[in-house]
Ligand binder design. Structure first.
Ligand code: ADP
Length: 356
């Protein structure tokens, strides 16, 4: 298993233009399923191609384990890439597609056949070995593309939006499958997506990029529960954002003054707040309790509307001048105009710095 270390990777496509990637530092552990996540145009694919050796960085270093591979061409890096459109050869059978990469790497016929068959078994496509790609569904073609990449036993597996051509249901089913395959094969995998749910569901760790800069890297849990900026908090999941001013700081937490009263919140490790600093409080819609009584860390709010969405009800509350969204499971009937207190424990609120 191979580690990947990126240090100070920058990329400018044309001189004089704004950098597409700006001094990215990332460490990816051996065997990790690591996601690059961010809105379209943030530089994810460029970074993936730089790891593959398909694009040269303008600055910075890439190491696989202790080897500096920055100057190595793609064929000497031992990476394998799976593209959005699968890129299977239409005139070859499934088995030939998977075997091809092994044959050109000098494997003898018998070895190549065995390794290709093993890879097809891993993606559960062994029964389709004699078919042509046109005789397969989108999901099956995706599995074959994955088998072809795994078969060459790369040091690093690179996946570029591999599920984006599948319909919504299959995409969700394939999340577990791809994770299983990556984990069983033990390969260090870098996976690009703009779909935050896909990243949350599948990643060991992920990096959120915005306009070529690395905003935050961490486990899905850390990124969702302890985002370090308003951008990350807004990109991953839904949130209520309340303008505030720091009234008191403690170790890892703070009390902030808001129009709704004083609210105690957690503070991300990267934020350095002083008394009087402006901040934004993040409260996730599912982390609030709707209560008739005033409780600790609560504020008054009035129901403005509600939509029953099956697994939960989405309430809209008016709180002062703000609209607060609350997701409530097994919600009782509540009427528009009814007054409540919305309560969240400080661990479920994050004070975010104003500037990134
Ligand atoms: P993402 O994968 O996050 O959508 P990309 O890495 O594809 O982002 O692109 C990042 C930025 O770099 C975009 O503004 C895009 O237009 C630009 N870009 C990508 N490839 C090239 C290229 N070959 N030449 C010039 N600009 C490019």
């Amino acid at each position: 298993m191979t580690s990947v270390a990126l240090s100070k990777i920058s990329k400018t496509y044309r001189s004089g233009e704004k950098a597409v990637l700006d001094s990215i530092d990332l460490d990816i552990a051996p065997g990790e399923l690591f996601f690059l996540l961010g809105p379209s145009g943030c530089g994810k694919s460029t970074l993936l191609r730089i790891i593959a050796g398909l694009i040269k960085p303008s600055e910075g270093k890439i190491k696989f384990d202790n080897d500096d591979v920055t100057g190595l061409p793609t064929e000497k890096r031992h990476t394998a890439m799976v593209f959005q459109n699968y890129a299977l050869w239409p005139h070859m059978t499934v088995l030939e597609n998977v075997k091809f990469g092994l044959s050109i790497r000098g494997k003898n016929e018998k070895e190549a056949e065995k390794q290709a068959s093993d890879s097809l078994s891993m993606v559960e496509m062994q029964d389709f070995a004699r078919r042509k790609p046109s005789e397969l569904s989108g999901g099956q073609q995706q599995r074959v593309a994955l088998a072809r990449a795994i078969a060459v036993r790369p040091k690093v597996l690179l996946l570029d939006e591999p599920l984006s051509n599948l319909d919504a249901k299959l995409r969700i089913a394939m999340r577990r499958e791809i994770r299983r395959i990556c984990k069983e094969s033990g390969l260090t995998t870098v996976y690009v997506t703009h779909d935050q749910k896909e990243a949350l569901a599948m990643a060991d760790r992920m990096a959120v990029l915005h306009e070529g800069r690395l905003c935050q890297a961490g486990s899905p849990h850390e990124i969702y529960r302890r985002p370090n900026s308003v951008f990350v908090a807004g990109f991953i999941g839904e949130g209520n954002f309340i303008p505030a001013k720091i009234a008191e700081t403690r170790d890892g937490s703070a009390v902030a003054e808001t129009q709704l009263g004083a609210i105690a919140a957690g503070v991300p490790p990267s934020a350095k707040f002083a008394k009087g600093d402006p901040c934004t409080l993040l409260i996730r819609p599912e982390s609030m309790l709707v209560s008739r009584e005033k409780r600790e860390n609560s504020f008054p709010a009035k129901i403005a509307g509600g939509v029953f969405l099956g697994e939960f009800t989405q309430w809209t509350f008016d709180a002062g001048e703000r609209t607060i969204i609350v997701f409530e499971q097994n919600a009782p009937t509540r009427r528009e105009g009814e007054e409540f207190f919305l309560c969240a424990s400080p661990e479920n609120i994050v004070a975010l710095p104003q500037v990134f």
